[in-house]
Design a protein around this ligand. Structure first.
Ligand code: GLN
Length: 392
C-alpha cells in the first residue's frame, strides 16, 4: 500500500477517548472522558426543537451565525471588560478542539516553537504536530502545580511564538492567578509572542477562586487568542460549539483556516445555543454550586476509602495518586495505562492515565472526572473502595 504521511505516525489516538471505548466494552462507570451525564437546560432543548422545525438547516455564515456571534460577544465582553466586535473579533468553530487547532495553524509556521505546560490536555500535543510546531514543555509541578517563570522567559528568548494556557487547567485543576497571567503576559509582550488560552472551564471554579481572562488584562488583548466553548458551560459537549476571540488581524486569518477546515458549525445548534447565552447570573451560580457539591462528594468519598488526591481549584477533574498500588507485587512493572485498564475490567471504573497528560516520566497519577450524577459518584466510590481489599 502507498505510505501515509509521516505526521500521522508521530502521535497516537486520544487516550481519553480510547478509555471511553474500553469503558463501554466492560460496561464500567466512565470517569475518564469528561462530559456530564445530565440533560442540557430545558430552554435550550426547546430552542433546538423549535429550530428543528423553523430552521435554519443550511450553512450558517462560515465564521458563525450573526445572532450567535452577537450573543457570545455580549456575554464575553462583560466578562473580559472590553467591548468585543462580533464582526471582527470572533470566529465560531466546531468546539474548542477546532478553535485550538485553527489558532495553532493561524500562528505557527512549521518548525516554530510553542510553549505548552505539562501536564497538558492531550489535544495540544497533536495540535502542535499537525500545525508543524515544536512544543517546549513547561512543568507544572505537582502537588501544587506551580511553574518556574524563568523557563517561560527562556522559551520566549529562544524564539517561541506562543504559549498555550489551559485555565482552569485540565487535568490538574489549577486556576491561574492574575499575578501569574500578568507575568506571562508581560513576557509575551516583551518577546512579541501570543498567548493561546483554552478557557472552556471558565465557569467551573471552586471556593474563592476567580477566573481571570488573559485577554482582559491591561495591554494584553493584541497578544491573546482565546479559545472557548459552550460544551461545559451548557452541558452540550455533543453540540460541538466553540469559538476563538482575538484581535482583528488574528481572527481574519483564523476565519480562513476555519472556513477550509470545517466551513462552519451546525446551524440549527448555533441557533439553539443563543438561548443559553442569554441566561442570567443565576445560571452560572447554580452551575458552580452543582460542581462544587460534586467535587466535595467525590473528594469526601476518596478520603473515606483512603485514596490520595489533589484538591482541584477549577474544572471537573481530580488526580489520584496510585503509587501505593503500583508498589504492590501484582502491579510490578505496570504502567499507569495498564493500571487503568485493570481498573476498568476488575473494579468497573474508568480513569485516564496521567502519562497521557504529563511530558515528564510521571506514572503514578490518574485522572477521574466528577461530571456525573450523585448516585454514579457514590457507586464509583463504593467500587473503588473495594480496590484495597481486591489487591490485599
Ligand atoms: N475535555 C474532556 C476531557 O478532557 C473531553 C475530551 C474530549 O474527548 N473532547 O476529558
Amino acid at each position: 500500500m502507498p505510505n501515509l504521511s509521516d505526521r500521522v505516525g508521530t502521535f497516537t489516538d486520544s487516550v481519553i477517548r480510547r478509555m471511553t471505548r474500553i469503558c463501554n466494552k466492560y460496561n464500567a462507570i466512565n470517569l475518564s472522558q469528561g462530559f456530564p451525564d445530565w440533560e442540557p437546560p430545558k430552554e435550550m432543548l426547546d430552542a433546538l426543537a423549535k429550530a428543528a422545525h423553523a430552521g435554519p438547516h443550511q450553512y450558517a455564515i462560515t465564521f458563525g451565525a450573526k445572532n450567535l456571534r452577537d450573543a457570545i460577544c455580549e456575554k464575553q465582553s462583560k466578562a473580559i471588560g472590553r467591548t468585543l466586535d462580533p464582526e471582527k473579533e470572533i470566529v465560531v468553530t466546531c468546539g474548542s478542539t477546532e478553535a485550538m487547532m485553527a489558532s495553532m495553524m493561524t500562528v505557527c509556521n512549521p518548525g516554530d516553537k510553542v510553549l505548552v505546560f505539562s501536564p497538558f490536555y492531550e489535544n495540544y500535543g497533536a495540535d502542535a504536530i499537525l500545525s508543524g510546531a515544536q512544543p517546549i514543555y513547561v512543568p507544572l509541578v505537582p502537588p501544587e502545580y506551580n511553574f518556574d517563570i524563568s523557563i517561560i522567559e527562556n522559551g520566549f528568548k529562544s524564539g517561541a511564538k506562543a504559549i498555550v494556557i489551559c485555565n482552569p487547567s485540565n487535568p490538574c485543576g489549577k486556576v491561574f492567578t492574575e499575578k501569574e497571567l500578568t507575568e506571562i503576559g508581560n513576557l509575551a509582550v516583551k518577546y512579541n509572542a501570543y498567548i493561546i488560552t483554552d478557557e472552556v472551564y471558565e465557569h467551573i471554579l471552586f471556593d474563592d477562586n476567580k477566573h481571570v481572562y488573559a485577554s482582559g488584562l491591561p495591554g494584553l488583548f493584541d497578544n491573546v487568542i482565546t479559545c472557548n466553548s459552550l460544551s461545559k458551560t451548557y452541558s452540550i459537549t455533543g453540540w460541538r460549539l466553540g469559538y476563538v476571540i482575538g484581535p482583528e488581524k488574528v481572527i481574519d486569518a483564523a476565519r480562513k483556516v476555519h472556513d477550509f477546515l470545517t466551513v462552519g458549525a451546525a446551524s440549527p445548534l448555533q441557533e439553539a445555543a443563543v438561548t443559553g447565552l442569554k441566561f442570567g447570573k443565576e445560571y452560572y451560580d447554580e452551575l458552580k454550586e452543582k460542581y462544587t457539591s460534586k467535587r466535595n462528594r467525590m473528594l469526601e468519598g476518596f478520603d473515606k476509602i483512603g485514596l490520595k488526591h489533589n484538591v482541584p481549584a477549577g474544572t471537573y477533574f481530580v488526580m489520584v495518586d496510585i503509587q501505593e498500588f503500583l508498589d504492590l507485587p501484582q502491579f510490578k512493572n505496570f504502567t499507569d495505562l495498564e493500571f487503568c485498564e485493570w481498573l476498568v475490567k476488575n473494579v468497573g471504573v474508568a480513569a485516564v492515565p496521567g502519562s497521557s497528560f504529563f511530558r515528564e516520566n510521571i506514572n503514578n497519577l490518574i485522572r477521574f472526572h466528577f461530571a456525573r450524577s450523585d448516585e454514579t459518584i457514590d457507586e464509583a466510590v463504593r467500587r473503588l473502595g473495594k480496590l484495597k481489599e481486591l489487591v490485599k
